[in-house]
Design a protein around this ligand. Sequence first.
Ligand code: ADP
Length: 161
Amino acid sequence: MIVAIYPGSFDPITFGHLDIIERGCKMFEQVIVAVLRNPNKIPLFTVEQRIEQIRYSTQHLSNVEIASFEGLTVNYARMRQAKVLLRGLRVLTDFEMELQMAHTNKSLMGEIETVFLATSNEYSFLSSSVVKEIAKFGGCVEHLVPKHVAVDIDRCYRKLS
Ligand code: ADP
């Protein structure tokens, strides 16, 4: 059984992330979407809120698990007996960073393989940061994130303003 980990911030999950998760679920027996607990970043949503958002967005998938982790991704992969790291590629700059990360992870854990999925065309511009930027200025993000996430974002920015 091949277990893949899809690590990221998911602050919040977008249709771009969801597309990678859905496609990953067709390729691997189990996909663990792992939210990184990063003390160096101030997120919009807490890890618990992000886990809930992802859980709700992936209800239709039977082989997905949502979790959180801190520290090195390879240590988490080892603990979960995962041999694959799933990552998405949007633009050239993603590739440079992702390739460096894949080589770093390989140097730390020889048996780990990073599998890159090219973004679907319609999501190539989409990132959590883009969503937050649009929402911050009152723009509509309903075509970019699942409905319940759009509601959470709206509530969040209304509270902040
Ligand atoms: P973001 O860059 O959106 O803040 P994350 O750190 O949560 O994202 O990203 C986790 C992974 O998902 C990364 O490999 C990233 O390249 C990928 N990803 C994010 N958005 C997209 C998208 N629109 N299409 C394909 N992959 C994506």
